[in-house]
Design a protein around this ligand. Sequence first.
Ligand code: ADP
Ligand code: MG
Length: 252
Amino acid sequence: MELQNVRKVYRVGDERIIAVDDVSLSFEKGKIYCLLGISGSGKSTLLNLIAGLEKPTKGSILFHKKSIEKMSEKNLALFRQKYIGFVFQQYNLLPTLTALENVMLPLIFRKTPRAVRKKKALAMLKAVGLGNRYKHKPSEMSGGQQQRVSIARAFVNEPEVVFADEPTGNLDTKTTIEMMDLITGMAKKFNQTLIIVTHNVELSVYCDQIIRLRDGNIESIEECTAQRLAYEAQRAAASEEAEAVAVQKDGE
Ligand code: ADP
Ligand code: MG
């Protein structure tokens, strides 16, 4: 996936707002990216452009060598259903549907038979730790649980690319760590490209590359796979130690 000199200008009355100025980037399959920047730096706009939700004013967005900005609305919808998953800060679950029905939705578009949809969605809900909550509606779940449902929905049809826009913006620290483990763990397991948009620099320890945005331009790009692996190793060592302590206590 590649962005070539992408620009997005909004017109509000007489004013022109340059949300994305001139951005060129490439994303490799299976890598985890962090789009980092303060509020208003153009992160969400860039994400919407890459996902084909908005058309660039200038430049090109290539996916499998095709310019997505040239696609018709119908083909864009198909492109998103087939290749893209979303996790939003506000979860964006349908309030009248149960957890299971919400997770089954992306599969409906793909014409998967109902029994298979149900089986896949249930397996996905189990994978995010909500196997016993599948009948609940969003209003009957905590923020963290709703975000788990939205993660299950984003990954259920095994998209090539998953976008997460401030996925932990409404969550406490403990739940943030759980959600990040879940999202990045799934992406790694299925070799998916993950693009996390955030203003929270602490999330960068989960990523292979940090792309810093400022005023609609790239400020810097930093490779950080080594830091990610070090963080993973540190977490693994800490949990091993905790286990050893627990075993010791059991023996006492
Ligand atoms: P971020 O996600 O980093 O907070 P955004 O991409 O949402 O930034 O916004 C970048 C800039 O573009 C901001 O100045 C914002 O006000 C402006 N902007 C975003 N969307 C629109 C829109 N639909 N119409 C007009 N201006 C917009
Ligand atoms: Mg935003």
